[in-house]
Ligand binder design. Structure first.
Ligand SMILES: NC(=O)c1ccc[n+]([C@@H]2O[C@H](COP(=O)([O-])OP(=O)(O)OC[C@H]3O[C@@H](n4cnc5c(N)ncnc54)[C@H](O)[C@@H]3O)[C@@H](O)[C@H]2O)c1
Length: 329
């Protein structure tokens, strides 16, 4: 099979780990790497043995010299638009890290540019490509719990803050919650109708901005969800997927510390998670490849992701105003 050539921009804390995934993917060949920070660029080159002729501090030069067919954009959110639009115009398909952008306007402009240039545009919402969320989704589609009415999601971690997150006003809401918002839409199969956020920074937090929240969301189909989260949980921590309880007319589906249970009046049954051929970012990268080969929209396309991203910014609007915010129809 002929591999497709991908250029990676951004070799920081998370970016570096993508190089290994590309190398192991089977479908992609690393055309080159680009980073404006020489130290990060050289660090990645040394770690993975990438030759100097494939390493660039200029993105445009990298595109010109390596002739990739796609870009993997792992720069911080405020730089996603600039590089992605330049890539579309150069004829590249783009896989961008979450969150799609740090504002809705830029996100919409990227989606419009992808459509105008006819390029594939996908967001790596990697949590969606994990076995437990996919198992919950399958079970709900099979109506194991019947009609669902309310959901509880809890995310608790003690994060070591550094880099751009330490300076953000709402690090949990802007940088992390997008994973869970996207999972909520995916698992329930519904879009949000209304959102209310109570956001604060616990007294012991090392973050500058709010590191904790309680959020109430109403989804289409009269599904009501409560979501609590903290980046500074000093005791109990949850998995990265979070703890989920989904209440339906026939029983409750629960995801707790990586294990799925179905609970009814008769008792509690453990359910094995699906065995996926590829997980997480490996599956995201494969979905990006498949969408190109099959000439179809990727599952977590930029266009679809606007719905998940709007949850971030409407939650933020609510946190700032103290009012519930309705989603545009
Ligand atoms: N999916 C996940 O679970 C997950 C986890 C961590 C980070 N991320 C996302 O990955 C992205 C990067 O995060 P990070 O933690 O690696 O950030 P980081 O700050 O550690 O690294 C970003 C890198 O991008 C480089 N960069 C900035 N502007 C550039 C430009 N114009 N051209 C080329 N390089 C440029 C910086 O020099 C830096 O090396 C963010 O969108 C973040 O939210 C996702």
């Amino acid at each position: 099979m002929k591999r497709l050539k991908i250029l990676q921009a951004g070799l920081g804390g998370f970016g570096k780990s993508w190089v290994k995934i590309i190398g192991e993917s089977g479908e992609w060949e690393l055309a080159g790497i680009a980073d404006v920070n020489r130290e990060n660029l050289d660090g990645a080159a040394k770690e993975y043995g990438i030759p100097a002729e494939k390493c660039f501090t200029s993105f445009d030069e990298a595109v010109k010299k390596t002739e990739p067919s796609a870009l993997l954009n792992v720069t911080p959110p405020e730089f996603h638009k600039g590089l992605s639009i330049r890539a579309f115009k150069a004829g590249l398909d783009v896989l961008v890290e979450k969150p799609l952008s740090d504002n809705m306007k830029d996100a919409e402009e990227m989606v419009a540019s992808a459509e105008k240039t006819g390029r594939k545009f996908m967001v790596s919402q990697n949590y969606r490509y994990r076995s437990r969320p996919r198992t919950l989704k399958k079970l709900l589609d099979e109506e194991i719990a019947g009609k669902i009415s309310y959901v509880k999601v809890d995310f608790q971690k003690m994060a070591a803050f550094s880099g751009f997150r330490a300076e953000m006003d709402y690090p949990l809401l802007i940088d992390m919650a997008i994973h869970h918002f996207d999972l909520m839409r995916y698992i329930t199969g519904k879009n949000p109708v209304r959102i209310y956020t109570d956001s604060w920074n616990p007294s012991w937090s090392r973050a500058k901005g709010d590191a904790a929240f309680n959020i109430m969301i109403e989804f289409a189909g009269n599904i009501h969800l409560s979501y609590s989260g903290s980046w500074v949980s000093a005791g109990k921590e949850t998995s990265w997927d979070g703890t989920w309880e989904i209440y339906g007319e026939k029983g409750t589906l629960s995801l707790q510390d990586g294990t799925i249970f179905f609970i009814t009046e008769k008792g509690m049954k453990k359910i094995s998670a699906l065995k996926l051929e590829r997980e997480d970012r490996y599956m995201a990268l494969y979905e990006f490849y498949s969408s190109i080969k099959e000439n179809r929209e990727p599952e977590t396309s930029g266009r679809d992701n606007l719905n998940s991203l709007s949850m971030v910014f409407n939650a933020l609007k609510s946190a700032k105003s103290g009012q519930a915010v309705a989603f545009c129809k």
